[in-house]
Design a protein around this ligand. Structure first.
Ligand code: 13P
Ligand code: SF4
Length: 335
């Protein structure tokens, strides 16, 4: 076997990837990660990988790894010429807005997001006309056009902190597009949906349908279990768990605690990564796959690196400038 391939298999094995491959399959994965990492270097490209990607992408080819907030922050600082986003389209658009001189690509045409698709710029303009003077606080899972109509962007990592600050100056505000996250935030802040916080009807197809009754069953079967859920889950589910947060908060919670077992209520990639990062801990993944995130594979990365032009992410300059304003507001208030 070629020396470089042998070394790559060793590297992937040291990261624990052999544990998620069937017999003999690691060699095929290594051949792809080797080629992708070679092409990346040649193009001075950096690969961003959201934690919902598969471990072969995150550990095999990812350079910048994390939640939406960390990846946006990393992208505005990168000095690479090219950003390849293994995540969903709104994340890549955000990277382009924050670092417009870079070429930005997503290795899939299907990497949308049900939340981003739930609202348009025209919807936000209509809301502003219906509730004149109210600030629009927008979850990052939205298009550039929606961000351009907003006053401030938030991610799951900073939404509560930023809303708290916004309420120091405003009695009421509009929060779009995730109605479950909006309701969870309202509860945490002692606010009433419809009165203090105007919500939209968007939902995440992954987090909207977990069954809270199952959590009771898991608790009975696994004494000492700690249940964690993403803030995009409905309130009935959040009421049944011990911790609510974004993926970054959830990972830090797991790292800094010592429970008998962790029940992770979110996209399946998160649990796979947690198992590899903390092999000594016990995890139960009550998970669902995100079809958008999972449309990216090592093969689609290879295809992109060989012919990137069809997958370039662009944002019209006027929209980008207005959207950047609301994203910069997030960085200011989250600091
Ligand atoms: P995080 O920012 O918490 O990683 O969330 C992104 C996302 O799409 C969750 O579904
Ligand atoms: Fe969008 Fe939900 Fe997928 Fe996250 S998990 S990218 S919110 S559809």
């Amino acid at each position: 076997m070629d020396q470089a391939l042998t070394e790559e298999i060793k590297r992937l094995t040291s990261l624990g990837l052999h544990r998620r491959c069937v017999e003999g399959a690691l060699e095929g994965v290594a051949a792809k990660t080797l080629e992708i990492n070679r092409l990346k270097k040649e193009k001075n490209a950096v690969v961003c990988a959201h934690v919902y990607q598969t471990p072969d992408i995150i550990l095999g080819i990812g350079d910048l790894v994390g939640d939406s907030y960390k990846l946006a922050d990393d992208c505005r600082k990168t000095t690479a010429d090219v950003i390849i986003f293994c995540g969903v389209h709104f994340m890549a658009e955000t990277a382009k807005i924050l670092n417009p001189s870079k070429k930005v690509y997503v290795p899939s045409k299907n990497a949308g997001c049900s939340l981003a698709e739930a609202i348009t710029g025209a919807d936000v303009r209509n809301l502003k006309a219906e509730y004149p003077g109210l600030p629009v606080v927008t979850y990052i899972n939205t298009s550039a056009e929606v961000k351009a109509e907003s006053d401030c962007i938030v991610t799951s990592a900073n939404a509560e902190k930023i809303l708290r600050k916004m309420y120091e100056k405003h009695e009421r505000l509009i929060f779009v597009p995730d109605r479950f996250m909006g309701a969870n935030l309202a509860k945490a802040l002692g606010k009433t949906p419809g009165k203090d916080i105007i919500l939209w009807k968007g939902t995440c197809v992954v987090h909207e349908r977990f069954n809270p009754e199952l959590i009771k069953v898991y608790r009975k079967n696994y004494p000492g279990l700690v249940a964690l859920a993403h803030a995009e889950c409905p309130s009935e589910l959040i009421n049944a768990v011990d911790f609510m947060g974004g993926t970054g908060d959830m990972m830090r919670y797991v790292e800094s605690t010592d429970a008998a077992a962790y029940l992770l209520v979110t996209e399946c990639g998160f649990g796979e990564l947690a198992k590899l990062r903390f092999p000594e801990k016990n995890f139960i993944a009550m998970c669902r796959l995100c079809p958008y995130m999972k449309s990216i594979t090592l093969d689609s990365m290879l295809a992109l690196l060989k012919d990137p032009s069809p997958e370039e992410v662009t944002v019209p300059a006027d929209i980008a400038a207005r959207a950047k304003h609301s994203i910069d507001k997030m960085f200011e208030l989250a600091a």
